[in-house]
Write a protein that binds this ligand. Structure first.
Ligand code: ADP
Ligand code: MG
Length: 508
């Protein structure tokens, strides 16, 4: 009896020890795994660091690259493209003009009625439609036929049939937000595709001509009066409302900026004369690169997997097309380091499955239990039952990636201001101190879903602007959102570059 009892007791003790060892072992392993996951976050934070010192280096690099890009073609990764836009709308434009905006997720067609007096709200109709995925990588004819058909449908919905019999050709501002080598304000050839478009037979071809041919095929009599980039459209609309507007920045699916430059500073086209003495330069800043930009392994992988590696480096750190995928790549790495996301979902390995608006929604989830994060992980990534502490970690990842993007965009903006002497430092050559120069009111037009739709992004951008410029200077720099400026501005530019003198323009 005694022996049996002892034997039993020993057996129980051994079993208990074994269970305890397993439990403790599991706990240790799980803690170790958690530490590894936290380590992934720490590493991310370090490699995304954007101290104000580093941002100032980015500012300087931007200004230096702008100079280099203006000095010669190919002098910099910044193409600094001439736009031939030498006059910006001022409010005297009259008539009905159309615009077509192609260059991102949606394409838009609009008609705007101008009364010849600057109006704070421009009367316009908009038609918006997503671009079918297959057309983004098909043939140019298919893409332009699709666009011309939509345009025709829109024009025909005008209602007033008598307009169609007017002998005056309708005029269109065409916003084409890809790098274009402009030959005139209304013509240019495509240099390369970005943002997921890839229609090989288009590269090197004249864009306005392609659209006009498609319009003819569809029986639509319309002339492209201005071919512009979306940022140029925003600058035009910004300037229409506020003549202190000197630059425009787009932060949506992609990112770009343009600004008003003195023609004598555009060294690569010496002898270029404009009546205004200035010209809008399309920076194509998405392609900006500098060794000062903080880059992570995730950015390197994303770039390598993209259809345009080593290209659009700044855009890949900043814009809406990519932020979600950087976050997804971090989550993948975390799932490889531990089993916190087990069972591994195959969705997680699908590029671009986590769109940027989703990371915004997770980032801005202010419910105590992070219910929205749970929902997105479950519904979009098919990862169920993620514990709260892991959900918190994911919010932090969104924060790090978005904060870096917003702060770098702010540094880019200050780079432009520095180049044109509006950063309070006396221009890139420096010299004068901040105090002996009166800072002029400086407006930067801003557009794009990432900036307008993602509050945290916007707040971080503003915070960084103030940090870099200092409060005294920053208060003179105003970021003004232009609504549908990429398209509205194109219509305004079509008006200011119309082939019909203003006096003969009939109000439709
Ligand atoms: P596009 O750049 O395609 O012409 P937009 O300027 O409207 O169009 O930008 C749309 C892009 O902005 C989306 O692809 C997305 O990446 C981003 N975006 C839109 N809304 C939000 C949001 N609420 N939060 C974060 N990003 C957003
Ligand atoms: Mg756009």
């Amino acid at each position: 009896m005694g022996k049996v009892a002892v034997g039993l007791a020993v057996g129980v003790a051994v079993a208990a020890c074994a269970v305890a060892t397993v439990v403790v072992g599991r706990r240790i392993r799980s803690r170790r795994k958690w530490r590894r996951v936290v380590g992934v976050l720490k590493e991310l934070e370090q490699s995304c660091e954007t101290t104000v010192g580093r941002l100032r280096q980015v500012v300087d690099a931007m200004a230096v690259e702008m100079h280099a890009g203006l000095a010669s073609d190919g002098g910099s990764k910044l193409k600094m493209l001439l736009t031939f836009v030498d006059k910006l709308p001022n409010g005297s434009e009259k008539g009905t003009y159309y615009a077509l905006d192609l260059g991102g997720t949606n394409f838009r067609v609009l008609r705007v009625k101008l009364e010849g007096t600057r109006s704070s709200t421009l009367e316009h109709d908009v038609y918006r439609q997503p671009i079918p995925q297959d057309l983004m990588t098909g043939s140019s004819e298919d893409l332009f036929d699709f666009i011309a058909s939509s345009l025709k449908e829109f024009v025909e919905r005008e209602g007033d049939i008598s307009e169609l019999s007017l002998d005056r050709r309708r005029e269109l501002g065409f916003t084409f937000s890809f790098p274009v080598k402009q030959m005139s304000v209304s013509s240019g050839t495509l240099l390369k595709w970005t943002k997921g478009f890839s229609i090989e037979d288009m590269v090197g071809r004249e864009i306005a001509g392609c659209l006009e041919k498609a319009m003819t095929r569809k029986g639509l009599n319309m002339r492209v009066a201005a071919l512009v980039n979306d940022s140029v459209g925003s600058l035009a609309l910004g300037h229409y409302h506020d003549t202190d507007t000197v630059a425009a920045v787009i932060i949506g699916t992609g990112t770009n900026a343009c600004y008003l430059e003195r023609t004598d500073a555009i060294i690569k086209s010496q002898g270029l004369l404009t009546t205004s003495g200035g010209m809008v330069v399309n920076m194509e800043w998405g392609n900006f690169w500098s060794s000062h930009l903080p880059r992570t392994v995730y950015d390197i992988e994303l770039d390598a997997d993209s259809p345009n590696p080593n290209d659009q480096g700044f855009e890949k750190l900043i814009s809406g097309m990519y932020l979600g995928d950087v976050v997804r790549r971090v989550i993948v790495r975390m799932s490889q380091e531990s089993d916190i996301f087990d069972p591994i979902s195959s969705k997680l390995s699908m590029p671009f499955i986590l769109r940027t608006p989703l990371i915004a929604a997770m980032h801005e989830d202010d419910s105590p239990d992070l219910e929205e994060v749970r929902r997105i992980l479950r519904d979009n990534l098919e990862i169920p039952d993620v514990p709260l502490k892991v959900r918190k970690l994911i919010v932090k990842v969104c924060d790090v990636v978005t904060r870096r993007a917003a702060r770098l965009a702010a540094a880019g903006i200050v780079g432009i201001l520095k180049k044109i002497g509006r950063d309070g430092s006396g221009g890139i050559a420096g010299g004068r101190s901040r105090s002996d120069q009166k800072m002029r009111r400086t407006v930067v037009a801003m557009e794009g879903g990432l900036y307008t739709g993602y509050t945290m992004f916007r707040d971080y951008l503003h915070e960084a602007l103030t940090e870099i410029l200092g409060e005294d200077i920053a208060q003179h720099v105003i970021i003004k959102v232009t609504e549908d400026g990429s398209a509205m501005g194109a219509a305004l530019l079509a008006a200011s570059h119309s082939s019909y003198p203003v006096d003969s323009v009939q109000l439709l």
